[in-house]
Every structure is written in structure tokens, then in C-alpha cells.
Design a protein around this ligand. Structure first.
Ligand code: FES
Ligand SMILES: [Fe+2]
Length: 450
């Protein structure tokens, strides 16, 4: 559990909050590049860390991320005309370049220099791997982008997707570092007989109460869940938490899986989930769809359940109108009680991401963590909360730069599953496999499932 004070501290991300200040030390994903499809295309409302911003791609292709309210008298720049290298407010015609410079003030006398005294708040941006990154922090020269492999793959090999979730960012993230829900929420209706003996899937279903190891890392924390496997072996699942809101979950084979998940707070009660992954990891038709491992003849249980297409509502221009699922709280996520009753499916809710969405949103937008009863399976989320709170406190009290900000190379890691000899050193045995940017042709993807 957390005290009310700590819960507030770790969840809230506005500009004047400890966690909001911590997040502003990092580059953060602001939107997908394809949301600004061409030069001078339509501006987009972006809610980010509790700030209302307008994103636009100017005539030269540069992305502006500018305050919503025009500095003149506050009309929304969303209605602005995106023309000739700037966004022109439709109220009195003031025009702003992508960096916030006021470049035209047509309702003031030509000899006035008032224009040079006005600047809109605009944040630095850069694009990489299909994501528009933004820096909302205090440095004049921002730090480097993190070396997240999934965001650095060549065009054609990478996928970037987004899904909105209506709850606090940490509540959503904690679902990614709580591996024990997998055997219930997602695979509770499966039995040993559903999977080929000797695979990750078989062992995961065979033993639903694994043991855990957790360790602090330079970039955050890592944990592994382990359970008995075949003769003299154990099946280990490694997941990474990377400051401030990234997770690498162990859905596939460590060494082959290239996948980063980002839980970017829009405000305290909405989070935009970004999936950045290798095109071979999932199909491009929606999140997840094919065997996690391209060579696998039968999908892993995770991949099979992920294979339910994530059907999306059409995007609207609303602050919270982007990347909403059709399955949502208003229709009980399309739960099928008959399937649930007959144990054809544990939840009756189609789709893994949708199942996660249902349970984390059902906790309320910010769960009162004084009411929790944490068990041994919650060891990682306890560690992550502690690290976040400590980093926010160190920044606030002693101006200590948070983990990873100036160490982009620390992010070059992977998560995933592995079979290890019983009694092996869990850190040393996978040190090579956890390194990003390394090919492993020797690994067998079919070990995951089938
Ligand atoms: S409010 Fe924007 S130009 Fe007046
Ligand atoms: Fe899940």
C-alpha cells in the first residue's frame, strides 16, 4: 500500500508536481508522426502531462507543439490557419512559428515592435521511429533521446501504435509489471493440455504461482518470475521498468523480442499507451496479432489472445478523442458472460489489451492505494513505486538528475523469457541476451509456445 500523500505524489504529473517535474526531465512521446501526415496538415489537440498543447507540421515539415491559448487574448490555436511556416490565430491574425516565435502581428501598426516582445510557449520536438518526441523540461539544451531499440529500427521494420486508457498512468503501467495476472486474467481458462510440453506456454499454465527476483538497475528496475520447467530447468520471465514510464514485458523469447511499451500521462486521469515494436513481433493490423515469434507455427498463448483485433473508434479532434477502443467501460468491454460461464474464456472479454484495459480502468481513475493488500507477486511494483518516489524526492530536494536522463545507452536492453539450468545465476546467465542491437540466429522462436 501507499500513504495518501505518496499516492498523490507518484500519480500526479502537472507542471508543479514532483512527478510532473521528474517526467519533464525526459523526452516524452507526444503523438504519432502519422497524426501530422503532411506539411501544413490540420493541427491536433494534444494533452500531455496535464498541459493543453496544439501540434502542427509547418510548411518545412518541422513539428510545432505550442500552447493552446493564443498569447494575445487566449483563443485556441487549434482553430489556427497552418500556413506559410506558422500557425496563424484566427481571432486577430497573430502568427507563430513552430518554436513559438511571433512572426506576424497584423493588427498592430507596422512601426510597432510589440511582436518581438511576445513569444508563445512551444516545446522542442524531434521525430524518430514514427513518434514525435517532445521535451517539456527546464534545460536550454535538452538531453539525448533514450536508445530504445524498438524506436530505432529502420523504416519498414518498425511499428508505432497508440491506445488511450482512461485511468492514471501508473495504474496502467503497474499491470505491465505484475506478471502473475497473466495466468488468470489472460489465460485462466487454459490448461496444460492446450500447449506443447516443453514450451514457455506450457510451463506458464502448469505453474501459476511463480517465485520472483527483483533488482535495481541504472535505468530503473528489472524483475524475473521463475518456475520449474523440464528436467533440471527453470522457466524465467524478465521484465524491465525504465524511467520514467517504459516497460519491456516478457511475451516472447529473450534475445528475439524487440518491444517497448510507454505509458505517457496525458493528465492525471488519462494515459496514452504507445507500443513500439519490431514489425515481426506483431502484425500491423492493430496491436498484436500474430505469433510473437515469426517462426512459430502456433502462436504463444499471449500472442493467440492478443490476436483479437483492437477495433478502434474513429479519432475525433477532442482532447481525449484519439485512439479510443470500441470496447470500453460504457459497453462493459463487450463481455460475453456465456463464454465466461462455460470457461471458454476466463474473462469473456475479447482481447488481451482490452482485458487489461477493463481491469485497470475498473479500479477508478486513481485508485486509493491505502486500500491495497499487496502480496509476494507485487514485489516489482512495490520496487518501482519506491524508485519513482525516491527519484522525485531527490530531484525536488537536491536537484539530482533522475536515472537515465543523461545515459541514453542505458536504455539499450531487452525483456523476454528464457529456460535456464536450475540454480543458474539469473543475472549473469542472461547478461548477453538482455543487450539490445544484437542478433541471435541461434535462438529457437518456437520454444515460446505451440
Ligand atoms: S487571440 Fe489570438 S490573435 Fe488575438
Ligand atoms: Fe495483462
Amino acid at each position: 500500500m501507499l500513504t495518501t500523500k505518496d499516492n498523490e505524489t507518484v500519480c500526479r504529473v502537472g507542471p508543479d508536481t514532483p512527478m510532473g517535474k521528474l517526467m519533464r526531465e525526459y523526452w516524452v512521446p507526444a503523438l504519432l508522426s502519422r497524426e501530422l501526415p503532411s506539411r501544413d496538415s490540420d493541427p491536433v489537440r494534444v494533452m500531455l502531462l496535464g498541459e493543453k498543447l496544439i501540434a502542427f507540421r509547418d510548411t518545412n515539415g518541422a513539428v510545432g507543439l505550442i500552447q493552446n491559448h493564443c498569447p494575445h487574448r487566449g483563443a485556441s490555436l487549434f482553430f489556427g490557419r497552418n500556413e506559410e511556416s506558422g500557425l496563424r490565430c484566427v481571432y486577430h491574425g497573430w502568427k507563430f512559428a513552430h518554436d513559438g516565435t511571433c512572426v506576424d502581428m497584423p493588427n498592430e501598426p507596422a512601426e510597432s515592435d510589440f511582436r518581438t516582445k511576445v513569444k508563445a510557449v512551444a516545446y522542442p520536438t524531434q521525430e524518430r521511429g514514427g513518434i514525435v518526441w517532445a521535451y517539456l523540461g527546464p534545460r536550454a539544451t535538452p538531453p539525448p533521446l533514450p536508445d530504445l531499440e524498438a524506436n530505432m529500427l529502420p523504416e519498414g521494420q518498425r511499428v508505432a501504435q497508440a491506445v488511450l486508457r482512461e485511468c492514471n498512468w501508473l495504474q496502467a503501467l503497474e499491470g505491465d509489471i505484475d506478471t502473475s495476472h497473466l495466468g488468470f486474467l489472460h489465460h485462466g481458462a487454459k490448461t496444460d493440455a492446450d500447449y506443447r510440453p516443453g514450451t514457455f506456454a506450457y510451463y506458464a499454465v502448469h505453474d501459476r504461482a511463480p517465485r520472483y527476483q527483483v533488482v535495481d538497475t541504472e535505468y530503473g528496475a528489472m524483475y524475473a518470475a521463475y518456475r520449474p520447467a523440464g528436467e533440471g530447468q527453470e522457466y524465467w520471465r524478465y521484465a524491465q521498468f525504465l524511467f520514467p514510464f517504459y516497460v519491456m514485458i516478457p511475451s516472447g523469447v529473450m534475445g528475439l523480442q524487440i518491444w517497448t511499451r510507454a505509458w505517457v500521462p496525458m493528465d492525471d486521469e488519462h494515459v496514452m499507451f504507445y507500443s513500439m515494436h519490431h514489425a515481426n513481433t506483431f502484425s500491423q493490423r492493430g496491436l498484436p496479432l500474430r505469433a510473437v515469434d515469426p517462426g512459430a507455427s502456433t502462436p504463444t498463448p499471449e500472442a493467440a489472445a492478443l490476436a483479437i483485433p483492437m477495433r478502434m473508434q474513429p479519432n475525433t479532434t477532442d482532447w481525449f478523442g484519439r485512439f479510443r477502443l470500441i470496447q470500453n467501460a460504457s459497453n462493459d468491454y463487450l463481455i460475453d458472460r456465456d463464454k465466461q460461464r462455460r470457461r471458454l474464456d476466463y474473462t469473456g472479454i475479447p482481447g488481451i489489451h482490452q482485458q487489461d484495459q477493463a481491469v485497470t480502468e475498473s479500479m477508478g481513475t486513481i485508485f486509493d492505494r491505502t486500500q491495497e493488500h499487496l502480496g509476494s507477486s507485487d514485489v516489482m511494483l512495490i520496487r518501482v513505486r519506491r524508485r519513482l518516489l525516491a527519484a522525485a524526492e531527490a530531484l525536488a530536494s537536491n536537484s539530482v538528475t533522475p536515472p537515465g536522463v543523461d545515459h541514453p545507452e542505458a536504455y539499450a536492453v531487452r525483456g523476454g523469457g528464457a529456460l535456464l539450468p536450475r540454480g543458474a545465476d539469473w543475472l549473469q546467465a542472461t547478461a548477453e541476451l538482455r543487450k539490445a542491437f544484437v542478433d541471435h540466429p541461434e535462438l529457437d522462436p518456437t520454444i515460446a509456445g505451440g
